[in-house]
Write a protein that binds this ligand. Structure first.
Ligand code: 8LH
Length: 466
């Protein structure tokens, strides 16, 4: 459905008849044709921002850009890149939403926000139209993951300011599925989750990969086999895991359902605009919803297929707080090879490799946190793990703490981690096996890798200065 109106109406009640695609025309069109559609939407989005936002008007005038002169997708490179710090500064100077709120204050339907653990929290003001458009976009993408109206979707995620759980909920509602907004984060709730999963037998699950694995552990301790819950589709966002082959496989073998990777950033809602289909060949870039560039972290020039770049996102149908060229800091690679699902979107076959500021340089090698997790999981570690990088004398050393696994001797597990990391990263590691269940778990996003060298700050400041 190539909506003639911009932004497209969000209150559409359409649900496809049984069909692999929600919108076959857009999802399978030749990429060149989609580029024309994206360009049309981009021009409308830019014109809208120029008419409704002093913030965008001011920055584009300062950069000497007339958004009306954008006549190709390449031209977007003339538009200044936007960074999260600029959004924070704008909200400090023009509270509470910043002048990139393009609707009157009394038209804000929902307020969401970041947790603010690393600085001033960012406030999200969302219009009714955007809320509905996000719901429809998410329903379409969840459809591609194989979710249907007869599914029951268990949402094991916080219902507060965080967008993750809400995004899954409104997509599920729009798709006509049965929603089960279980939540997360209340003491004792994980055991309750297990009991409800066993009783209600939902067919789909949303949360973070860490939390799904935590639920599986608690289930086993309580005498349940998570594979007996009957979950067909598990979809995730918020952290690496679902895009890491060994972790994906661990989740699939634990629950017996397919594991789907999704997620961009809260600011970019519909955050499912990076999302795998049921074929699980890497997240598709749903470019007709959010246009995504991959740029070299240093030169900010576009990278080609297979090259590592930072994802930079542009909304194409937001009227409340549109983001134009938001620098995510997340590194990835894309391919334009076809996917067996028949969708013609580019894909991120390795998921998100990690944030540019989390990338470690160890003895001259670039090491992505996702690659560390891949090696540790492939070594057979099904419990929690922690990785610390320290400098000993002149040398960088990586230390891994992971947990004992039933049926494996600590020594075998240790050797397996050492050899997988050596093979994957070419690094020598020191491995300690802690008792099963002894490392702290999370119900949200885990932070498993920490860099205790002072050099990481140097790298950070180089990246920040670019
Ligand atoms: C990811 C992934 C992923 C997000 N693989 N890293 O959950 C989606 C939205 C709501 C979200 O988490 O937004 P938030 O809190 O702004 O965090 C965004 C960051 O989370 C993003 O920049 C990534 O670093 C990370 N993330 N989904 C790996 N599938």
């Amino acid at each position: 459905m190539l909506a003639a109106r911009w932004p497209p109406p969000g209150d559409d009640s359409f649900i496809p008849a049984e069909n692999p695609y929600w919108d076959p025309e857009i999802e399978t069109m030749p990429p060149e044709e989609r580029a024309q559609l994206v360009l049309r939407k981009l021009k409308a989005q830019l014109a809208y921002c120029a008419s409704n936002s002093d913030f965008y008007r001011g920055r584009w005038a300062a950069a000497g850009i007339d958004p009306g002169s954008i006549s190709s997708l390449d031209d977007i490179r003339r538009v200044p890149i936007l960074r999260k710090e600029e959004l924070r500064t704008e909200q400090t100077e023009h509270p509470p939403f910043g002048r990139y709120l393009c609707i009157p204050r009394d038209k804000v339907l929902r307020i969401h926000g970041t947790s603010g653990t690393t600085g001033r929290p960012t406030a999200f003001g969302v219009s009714q139209g955007d809320w509905q458009r996000i719901a429809t976009a998410h329903a379409r993408i969840m459809w591609a993951a194989g979710i249907r109206p007869n599914d029951t979707i268990f949402i094991g995620s916080f219902f507060g300011l965080y967008w993750g759980g809400w995004g899954a909920l409104i997509g599920a509602e729009r798709l006509g599925a049965t929603c089960f907004p279980f939540g997360a984060g209340v003491p004792g709730q994980t055991l309750q989750a297990v009991e409800w999963l066993a009783q209600m037998r939902p067919t789909a699950f949303y949360g973070t990969p860490s939390y799904a694995l935590r639920i599986a552990e608690v289930a086993r301790d309580a005498g349940y086999d998570p594979a007996d819950f009957g979950i067909r589709v598990l979809f995730f966002s918020g952290e690496p895991g679902a895009g890491i082959p060994a972790t994906k496989q661990l989740i699939e073998s634990t629950f017996g359902g397919i594991c789907i990777d999704m997620g961009s950033m809260a600011e970019m809602s519909p955050w499912m605009s990076n999302a795998e289909c049921h074929e699980r060949t890497g997240m598709h870039l749903w470019d007709d919803l959010v246009y995504t560039e991959l740029l070299d972290p240093v030169t900010e020039e576009p990278v080609g297929p297979g090259e590592v770049g930072v994802l930079v996102y542009t909304h194409l149908e937001r009227d409340s707080q549109p983001m134009i060229r938001l620098w995510s800091g997340d590194l990835s690679r894309y391919t334009d090879e076809p996917c067996p699902c028949g969708r013609t979107y580019r894909r991120l076959p390795d998921g998100l490799l990690g944030r540019a500021d989390d990338m470690l340089v160890i003895r001259g090698e670039n090491v992505y946190p996702a690659a560390i997790e891949e090696a540790i999981r492939a070594a057979g570690c099904s419990g929690e793990f922690r990785v610390t990088v320290v400098r000993q004398g002149a040398l960088d050393e990586m230390k891994v703490r992971t947990e004992a696994v039933a049926g494996h001797s600590d020594n075998d597990l240790r050797n397996s981690v050492v050899s997988h990391l050596k093979k994957k990263l070419g690094l020598r590691v020191e491995v300690e096996i802690a008792p099963a269940g002894s490392l702290e778990r999370t119900e949200f996003k885990s932070r498993r890798v920490s860099d205790e060298r002072t050099m990481s700050q140097d790298v950070q400041s180089i990246l920040d200065s670019r």
